[in-house]
Write a new protein. Structure first.
Length: 462
């Protein structure tokens, strides 16, 4: 082992890579890690963290409006986009420094450089123009927004990376895509006062989530003023003499906007890294193929996180890192568990969800009970805001297990985290029923829906 410079070399200093490097170093392993851009990776620098800060920023206009019903008079508000961007930059720089410091503090060595594989034990650090050797190599290079070269005028479009740092807040934007990133950004821009159009080629936004939530969110967003065009794509984007953009969307409508943001998926970072030369197998989409322990087809090379295109979420990348450490360094082979992952969409209103959607459950189980409540949350009574909260439990009639829990409304993400525990534990509807409610909360609805709203037997609603 000591013939190598490192016991472990990690390529990519994002959520997964930093966790693996830090924990391996804390175990006393000799660890090196290379990051080509900024430590913290997508989540910290241009993903979850800045996104959530912008979500908070975009919610204030509604808070100001809602305050009136509670007796407050709020003077006319104004918004300073460059100040938000600068404050966000300060916060992510703080987090970036912590990420790197934690690796160093555990005894790891950090490099600011792009890394490439030269052979199964040799990594070339391009920035430092040096080569290092390692017994084990972990690839955690994440992904990036999928480009859209077929779109005429794609060079005028931005992606989520650029959206965080626009010099000016646009007056009007078109966001193309129907996944959570597109939906979240559409809500952010709308909340900040930007005239927003969401264009999605599918029949309803947020595929793979429960249809009830998708439809209700769609309606609520439209009621707030976001324009949503489904079954539509942009056909070309042209720059106008006044610097604005014209975008032709399906159906012949031309939208004039200041920015077109494409959020049509993400692709793994596997190019120009020497992977082919070393013989690492990739999938058709360019993701690294791994076995259930995150090992590639080369024995000492592993891959975790978005670059493997399993489930593209920060906690999943971190979990895969921890399983990798158990397997590679603790003699305890541990496969990551990708089942029943709670997740949120920070739309407005928010979605929190865990487990099977109604449609998925109906495909897999003969007798499904749906418990559904749609109500105005208490905070909207005095505010007068005409917005409903939706809660839904999907229960297997035979085993009584709660298979899915889906929430649309304030704090849904926080609730999904807690619901992840009983669903992971396989608890039954009766376990929910005998749990005392917390009153007055919105979440109490989850333990007080005693009668099924409807059942679905052999695919038929009864
Ligand atoms: C806009 C947006 C919002 C998101 N919101 C959420 C959310 O709310 N919740 C959630 O759970 N997830 C969210 N995600 C997803 C989350 O950010 C990713 O799943 C997570 O960051 C994946 O971690 P990773 O370690 O696999 O990769 P990354 O965090 O992407 O890190 C990979 C790192 O590798 C570096 N790198 C790449 N190639 C090389 C190379 N050759 N040499 C050296 N370094 C290299 C990159 O610069 C990058 O820093 C969001 C993503 C985006 C884009």
């Amino acid at each position: 082992m000591t013939a190598y410079d490192y016991d472990l070399f990690v390529i990519g200093g994002g959520s997964g890579g930093v966790r693996a490097a830090r924990v391996a170093a804390a175990l006393g392993k000799r660890v090196g890690i290379a990051e080509e851009y900024r430590y913290g990776g997508t989540c910290v620098i241009r993903g979850c963290v800045p996104k959530k800060l912008y979500v908070y920023a975009s919610q204030f206009p509604e808070h100001f409006a809602d305050a009136a019903g509670y007796g407050w008079t709020v003077p006319e508000a104004s918004f300073d986009w460059p100040m938000l961007v600068a404050n966000k930059d300060r916060e992510i720089a703080r987090l970036e420094a912590i990420y790197e410091k934690n690796v160093k503090g555990a005894g790891g060595e950090t490099f600011h450089s792009r890394a490439m594989l030269v052979d199964p034990h040799v990594v070339h650090l391009l920035g430092d123009d040096r080569t290092v050797t390692a017994d084990q190599i972990l690839i955690a290079t994440g992904g990036r927004p999928a480009p859209h070269p077929a779109l005429v005028g794609h060079e005028h479009c931005i992606f989520s990376n650029e959206a965080f740092d626009l010099k000016q807040l646009p007056k009007a934007i078109m966001v193309e895509g129907g996944g959570y990133i597109a939906v979240e950004f559409a809500n952010i821009f709308h909340g900040l006062g930007v005239e927003t159009t969401l264009v999605y080629r599918g029949k309803e936004i947020l595929s793979r989530f429960d249809m009830d939530l998708r439809r209700t969110l769609h309606e609520t967003m439209e009621k707030k003023g976001v324009r949503i065009l489904c079954h539509a794509v942009s056909e070309w984007v042209r720059k106008r003499p006044d610097g604005r953009l014209d975008a032709l969307v399906t159906g012949g409508k031309v939208l004039t906007v200041d920015q077109v943001m494409l959020a049509i998926g993400r692709i793994p970072n596997t190019e120009n890294m020497g992977l082919e030369g070393v013989g690492i197998e990739l999938s058709k989409t360019g993701a690294i193929n791994v076995d259930k322990y995150s090992r590639t087809n080369i024995d000492n090379i592993w891959a975790i996180g978005d670059v493997t295109n399993r489930v593209q979420l920060t906690p999943v990348a971190i979990h895969e890192a921890m399983c990798f450490i158990e397997t590679a360094f603790k003699g305890n082979p541990t496969a990551p568990d990708h089942d029943t992952i709670p997740t949120a969409v920070f739309s407005q209103p928010e979605i929190g969800t865990v487990g099977l959607s109604e449609d998925e459950a109906v495909k897999r189980f003969a007798d499904i009970e749906i418990y559904r409540a749609s109500f105005r949350p208490m905070r909207h009574t005095l505010s007068g805001r005409d917005e409903k909260m939706l809660m839904k439990l999907v229960v297997d009639g035979a085993s009584r297990k709660v298979l899915g829990a889906h929430i649309l409304g304030p704090d849904a993400g926080e609730m999904a985290q807690l619901l992840g525990i009983p669903l992971k534990a396989g608890l039954t509807k009766e376990d929910f029923d005998r749990t005392m409610a917390v009153h007055p909360t919105a979440a109490e609805e989850l333990v007080t829906m005693y009668k099924p709203t409807y059942r679905v037997k052999d695919g038929e609603r009864v």
